[in-house]
Design a protein around this ligand. Sequence first.
Ligand SMILES: [Zn+2]
Length: 427
Amino acid sequence: MEFVIRNATLPDGRTGIDIAVQEGRIAAVAPRLAVTAAREIDAEGDLVAPPFVDAHFHMDATLSYGLPRVNASGTLLEGIALWGELKPALTQEALVERAMRYCDWAVARGLLAIRTHVDVCDDRLLAVEALLEVKRRVAPYLDMQLVAFPQDGLLRSPTALANLKRAIGMGVDVVGGIPHFERTMADGAESVRVLCEFAAAQGLMVDMHCDESDDPLSRHIETLAFETNRLGLHGRVAGSHLTSMHSMDNYYVSKLLPLIAESGVAAIANPLINITLQGRHDTYPKRRGMTRVPELMAAGVTVAFGHDCVMDPWYGMGSGDMLEVAHMGLHVAQMTSQQAMRACFAAVTENPARILGLEGYGLEPGCHADLVLLDAADPVEAIRLRAARRMVMRRGRIVAESPRAVARLDLPGRPASADFRQLGKAR
Ligand SMILES: [Zn+2]
């Protein structure tokens, strides 16, 4: 064997597990494997998980915070206006450089697959060209999936549909949309129909920004689920944000949830962004604005937490750390039971992997040897500590390492220590 990781804990709770790696794939997963390897890593009982996956990001805007100025109101709409000011000044070199830098951050955090929306409402399609170039460059260490995103509205922006089709022709993977930004509810519903029919005809996946609003009557998720059913797009469609569901009437939601579940539409909440952008028109009480995550999960809907933004016109924080995303999602959704906290970990790993349709993702023999060794005993502790990624492996090759947090007090009789473990374990 090329590699063996000894004494790992897995996200499903199995402990004392060895993982053997050969030719970029997981060769065996079992207790005390009787194999020799060129290199062994002692996990010391720590958690080994498949890599983090971000199902919702904007890599064309990332690391542009403050260009040309900071979002003063903190709202989605000022962010869109600000991005509109910045767009004409974008250069391909700067777009590529910022995206590549972000991908470095991502790899260091064990984030090895990202679905990024790319704005197609600039007739030059500079960002599309730039992110296709980035996708090609990072392919050895990171899976990128691109969504053609008509940021200024499919029907509202005169060239958006033609540009979206051009972008798909250039190699963009997924059909995007933004129905709540069209001028009327009817136009929003029409945009969903047009985009779903295009995706069905082309055999493509769909991922729409949908109902990113506090308006309880913003109901484009209903149309998205209906069109998914009508066109047989089951399992290929995701609704991103769905924040209006937070404010909807409970009776209406009791009808909506089964429709979403039946259509197989996945939901992608973006907790860091939803908690900062939503509720901005409220005084007090102030709505949280994130969609109904535990209720969607209970209805059988696949739910992921996305990062959405890092240092851009909408959000001045973030670092590519999906554990920070899960941590915020857990708090905003009040998902505090042991089972719910583990579900938050799944929402940044296996659930988004399913939404992206990643091949060979997981910890079964035959899967890609894409692994993260965390400085934590289990998924709950990983979220609580935003645990150091001791080792990140891609296709059997170590691509990042981080040290454990240690206090070096340098006092007599006081050895270095920073044991954050509540349950603890023998070291
Ligand atoms: Zn977004």
